[in-house]
Design a protein around this ligand. Structure first.
Ligand SMILES: Nc1ncnc2c1ncn2[C@@H]1O[C@H](COP(=O)(O)OP(=O)(O)OP(=O)(O)O)[C@@H](O)[C@H]1O
Ligand SMILES: N[C@@H](CCO)C(=O)O
Length: 290
């Protein structure tokens, strides 16, 4: 019997929750662990740039966690677009840790998986919701990660996924290396109210605060020309918030579910090159099945 591991996509930052907040959403990376083999091989249709051998991030991660694993044939499928701000790298890292956990019978706790994944990815905002599902707020300092998971208040989600890639490393390069004390205090106060509003279920206030981010969106906006226009449509149509998903270029709109069809129509009319995808919150995180 084959074993299947599925990991959801994730939308990180939610505005001011930079490197700390993420939401699991309904696109998935799935790996099937097939028969043992002389060499590791991953069968996938994700393009020539994605390795099929131990250079693939899935196997790099699994072998970092458990170097002596017996090689297997793996089938990998994913509808999470690469380098688009929907946590594709985190989904692979989390799947790699689970692959090592299952094949190596390591009995890793969820907290241990989060610690390993955060160390590899560098920040917890995508890997945490990929593991736990839902909305997760996390902090990593001195290699210690603390997190709180909660249910997302009811909201519709509409993602505009441009047809170009933006690698996280490139999108981080435009950020300032330092912040004045006063700016840091203001930026964290916005984040604090955003999180408090999300946890109290107040999507109107949360949405307002999501759009007042001071940490990253003003620097990255120029990398995603569609962002400002979509946010304007969001305002015109009474959406809760429009934010840059992860490092971009995906733009996420949060709005009452009954407003999503109209938003879709308005954004489609702009004829931006890319896909408009309605998403739901994933409440499961890593899923293991047959
Ligand atoms: N299925 C996969 N198999 C192997 N490597 C992958 C896979 N999916 C993503 N990657 C690696 O992750 C890189 C993309 O990671 P990057 O952090 O730039 O973007 P992202 O994770 O999609 O977006 P974000 O972190 O902003 O949410 C790809 O270029 C590739 O190297
Ligand atoms: N918090 C990260 C998410 C993408 O990995 C960033 O915005 O750069």
């Amino acid at each position: 019997m084959t074993l299947k591991i599925s990991v959801p996509a994730t939308s990180a930052n939610l505005g001011p929750g930079f490197d700390s907040v993420g939401l699991a959403v309904s696109l998935y990376l799935t790996i099937e662990i097939l028969e043992p083999s002389d060499m590791w091989h991953i069968d996938h249709e994700l393009g020539d740039d994605v390795p099929s051998d131990t250079r693939n991030l899935l196997l790099e991660t699994a072998l970092q966690v458990a170097p002596d694993l017996v090689p297997h044939q793996i089938k990998m499928t994913s509808d999470i677009p690469l380098a688009r701000g929907l946590g594709s790298s985190s989904s692979v890292i989390v799947a790699g840790i689970e692959l090592a956990n299952q094949l190596g019978q390591l009995d890793l706790s969820d907290d241990k998986k989060l610690a390993i994944a955060t160390q590899i990815e560098g920040h917890p905002d995508n890997v945490a919701p990929a593991i736990f599902g839902n909305l997760v707020v996390a902090s990593t300092r001195d290699d210690k990660t603390c997190h709180v998971m909660t249910c997302m208040p009811e909201t519709g989600l509409l993602a505009f996924i441009p047809n170009y890639e933006l690698k996280t490393s490139d999108s981080r390069r435009v950020l300032p290396s330092e912040f004045a004390y006063k700016t840091a205090v203001a930026a964290s106060s916005v984040a604090n109210v955003a999180i408090a509003a999300l946890f109290s279920g107040d999507m109107v206030l949360a949405g307002k605060m999501l759009e007042e981010d001071l940490f990253h969106e003003q620097y990255r906006g120029k990398l995603v020309p569609e962002f400002a226009a979509i946010r304007k449509i969001g305002h015109d149509e009474g959406a809760y918030a429009t934010y840059l998903s992860g490092a971009g270029p995906t733009v996420m709109v949060m709005a009452e579910k009954n407003k999503i069809a109209q938003l879709k129509q308005k954004i489609s009319a702009e004829q931006f090159a890319g896909d408009l995808v309605e998403l739901a919150v994933d409440t499961t995180g890593i899923h293991i099945g047959n």
